[in-house]
Design a protein around this ligand. Structure first.
Ligand code: AP5
Ligand code: MG
Length: 192
C-alpha cells in the first residue's frame, strides 16, 4: 500500500501532478476540491453547503469534509493506495485521516509538499481563471483569501507530518515533467 498526501498552496500543481502520480503508481486519486465541485454540479445538499465557503475562498467545515472522505475512502476497499490531493487541510482533518487509515492498518506513507512562491501561484490561478469557469479563480481577492486560509489553517499540517518524519519537500516550479521526475525519485526512495 502506498498512501500519499500531496500538499501545497492553491495553484501549486497538486491536481496536475496527482494525475501523473496516479497513473505511474496505480493509485486512487481523491481530490476534495474536485469531489466538492461535482457535488455542486449535482446540486446535492453537500454541494449547497460547500458552495458558499468555496466561492469566498474559505475552507469548508471539518465536519463536512471528514464525513465525506470517510465514505469516499470506504468505496475503495481493495485499492493499491490513495493519492490525497487538497486533503487533509487542517490538523483536525489529518488526525481524522490517521484514525480512518489506522483502522485499515494502512497508514499515510508520506506527505509530498510542493513549494511555490505566492506571486507564481497568483499568476497561475489568474491565467487559469480566464478559461476554467472556477468561481474561486475569477478574481485576485478570492485567490488571496485562499492563500490566506492556506497560511493560517493548512500550513500547520506540514508540521503534523514532519513530526511523524513523513514530510518530503519538492521544488514545485519549472516544467511539469521535471517536477514529476523529482516526485518520482522521492517516492522510489521510500521503497528502497
Ligand atoms: P481545491 O480544488 O483543492 O483548490 P486549491 O487547493 O485551492 O488549488 P487548485 O486545485 O486550484 O491548485 P492545485 O494545487 O491543484 O494546482 P493545479 O494542478 O490545478 O479546493 C478548492 C476549495 O474547495 C477550497 O478553497 C475549499 O473551499 C474547498 N476545499 C477543498 N478541499 C478542502 C478540505 N480538505 N477542507 C476544507 N475545504 C476544502 O494547477 C494550477 C494551475 O497552474 C493550472 O492552470 C495548471 O495548468 C498550472 N500549472 C501546474 N503546474 C504548473 C507548472 N509547473 N508551471 C506552470 N503552470 C503550472
Ligand atoms: Mg487542485
Amino acid at each position: 500500500m502506498l498512501n500519499l498526501v500531496l500538499f501545497g498552496p492553491p495553484g501549486a500543481g497538486k491536481g496536475t501532478q496527482a494525475e501523473l502520480i496516479k497513473n505511474e503508481f496505480n493509485l486512487i486519486h481523491l481530490s476534495t476540491g474536485d469531489i466538492l465541485r461535482d457535488e455542486i454540479k449535482k446540486n446535492s445538499v453537500l454541494g449547497k453547503q460547500a458552495k458558499a465557503f468555496m466561492d469566498e475562498g474559505k475552507l469548508v467545515t471539518n465536519e463536512l469534509i471528514i464525513n465525506m472522505m470517510e465514505s469516499v475512502i470506504n468505496e475503495h476497499p481493495n485499492s493499491n493506495g490513495f493519492i490525497f490531493d487538497g486533503y487533509p487541510r487542517t490538523v483536525e482533518q489529518a488526525q481524522a485521516l490517521d484514525e480512518m487509515l489506522n483502522k485499515k492498518q494502512t497508514p499515510v506513507t508520506a506527505m509530498l509538499m510542493l513549494v511555490v512562491a505566492p506571486e507564481e501561484l497568483i499568476k497561475r490561478l489568474l491565467l487559469r481563471g480566464q478559461t476554467s469557469g472556477r468561481t474561486d479563480d475569477a478574481n485576485e481577492n478570492v485567490i488571496q483569501a485562499r492563500i490566506n486560509e492556506y497560511n493560517n489553517k493548512t500550513a500547520p499540517v506540514a508540521n503534523y507530518y514532519s513530526d511523524q518524519d513523513k514530510l518530503l519537500s519538492i521544488e514545485g516550479v519549472g516544467e511539469i515533467q521535471d517536477i514529476f521526475s523529482r516526485i518520482k525519485s522521492s517516492i522510489q526512495k521510500l521503497n528502497s
